[in-house]
Design a protein around this ligand. Structure first.
Ligand SMILES: [Ca+2]
Length: 219
């Protein structure tokens, strides 16, 4: 399990010029930073906890039964699919699209899960098509996650991206079994952007994962 944070200076982000990259390691549910804490930048998000299993120990598993009534995103159970296109309703690609297919055999809840196949050259992501307005997320804690099944856990990322394009990531820790993976973070009052995404790192052959029971809880 790891969390990698890459800070981009906003003015140079479009040019893809990375001016600073710090690495933060975690050993449990709490984030441990190897460098002295710096003064938060405007809009910088604070990660409260990340959870591969045992999610039950931190009391979040109840939010991920496949379709929690408090979830702020639609079709987290991937039971609904766009007609004529093999892509789950309520979700869309973020920049580079993984291949999305409905899966009937390896499922956690209901009839279907989401099978994602990545790309051999680049990272691919999906994100909810609709989420709460930013104003409704400010000064709140958010909990985003999903059940994930993969043989290549290090290549699967559940992430929240903040105003500085800092990626707050968590990967599953166990291959070949369903695992609940979540990120909980505090959205600052001066946030300008929050993105929730599930991604696959580029690899050859492309990585494959199955996703079910995704939810976004605004606490
Ligand atoms: Ca399902």
């Amino acid at each position: 399990m790891r969390i990698v944070q890459c800070a981009f200076v906003a003015g140079f982000a479009l040019a893809g010029l990375m001016l600073g990259c710090g690495k933060t390691e975690t050993t449990g549910t709490a984030v441990e930073t190897t460098t002295a804490p710096e003064k938060p930048k405007p809009g910088e998000m604070k990660v409260i906890s990340i959870t591969p299993v045992p999610a039950e120990e931190v009391g979040v598993a109840r939010y991920f039964p496949g379709s929690h009534p408090e979830s702020a995103i639609a079709n987290g159970g991937f039971e609904e699919w766009y007609a004529g296109a093999d892509f789950p309703a309520g979700w869309r690609a973020m920049i580079n699209a993984p291949t999305a297919e409905h899966e009937e055999t390896i499922t956690k809840f209901g009839k279907y899960s989401l099978k994602l196949t990545g790309d051999k050259d680049k990272a691919t992501h999906i994100q909810p098509d609709a989420q709460p307005d930013l104003a409704d997320l400010k000064a709140k804690n958010v909990l985003f996650g999903a059940w994930v099944y993969t043989d290549e856990p290090e290549k699967v990322l559940v992430r929240i991206i903040d105003s500085w394009e800092t990626y707050h990531d968590v990967s599953p820790s166990s291959p070949g079994q369903w695992e609940l993976v979540t990120v909980r973070a505090e959205i600052p009052n001066d946030s300008t952007r929050v993105i929730f995404a599930i991604g696959l790192l580029g690899s050859d052959p492309p990585a494959v994962c199955y996703v079910d029971g995704a939810a976004l809880i605004v606490e």
